[in-house]
Design a protein around this ligand. Structure first.
Ligand SMILES: [Zn+2]
Length: 203
């Protein structure tokens, strides 16, 4: 988001500044003294037992579903093999948001064997080809959130996000209110991706 009229840039008088947020968006506030506070917070949470392991893991549940089969389809699994899992995200950032996960419930790349890491990357590459072929996307965001502090919803089970992107795919809803518009139903996305994946893997 850009603020071309930001008073920091335009030189407006302080009284004319609409909100201090505008200033905050353009500067870093360094506060190294907060590190000891944050470490203390983590320590207290651990002693209080608040940092609990994942209660349930939808990725392991999906891995346990017979493949192929109705349960796997209901869980939006697109691909399941020795390397792991490709699944359509039920809470997508946009149409076709995929998750790639290893077959083991491990939290980080370091916990995988070299073979496991290679398999994970192969599935990610398959996801890239699938999104380009089925969604005709012009770009893809590929990312991993390691740990809850980094934004991982299921920190115990490593997974890679693939988010297809199109030129101009942000709109006023996202810009103004932070609300994303998902124009395609999950079932339709799943059917479209599943059909294309069959053609890719069998052709
Ligand atoms: Zn798991």
């Amino acid at each position: 988001m850009r603020f071309p009229d930001c008073p920091v840039r335009t030189g407006l008088a302080k009284a004319e500044m609409p909100v201090t947020l505008c200033v905050m968006l353009h500067r870093n506030l360094w506060a190294p003294w907060r590190l000891s506070y944050l470490k203390q917070l983590v320590h207290e949470q651990q002693s209080l037992g608040e940092e609990k392991p994942d209660k349930g893991c939808f990725l392991c549940d999906a891995l346990a579903a017979p493949w192929p089969g109705d349960e796997a389809r209901l869980r939006l699994v697109l691909q399941h093999d020795d390397r792991g899992l490709m699944i359509l995200n039920r809470y997508p950032y946009t149409n076709g948001h995929l998750l790639i996960a290893p077959a083991e419930h491990v939290a980080s790349l370091s916990d995988l064997t070299p073979t496991g890491r290679a398999g994970l990357m192969e599935l990610t590459e398959l996801g890239e080809r699938l999104l380009r072929a089925a969604m005709h996307c012009q770009g893809i965001n590929v990312g991993i959130n390691l740990g809850r502090s980094a934004g991982a919803g299921i920190p115990g089970h490593l997974h890679i996000h693939l988010v297809p992107r199109w030129d101009g795919d942000t709109n006023f809803m996202q810009t103004v209110s932070g609300v994303r518009v998902i124009p395609q139903a999950l079932e339709d996305s799943y059917a479209q991706l599943s059909d294309m994946l069959s053609r890719i893997t069998q052709g």
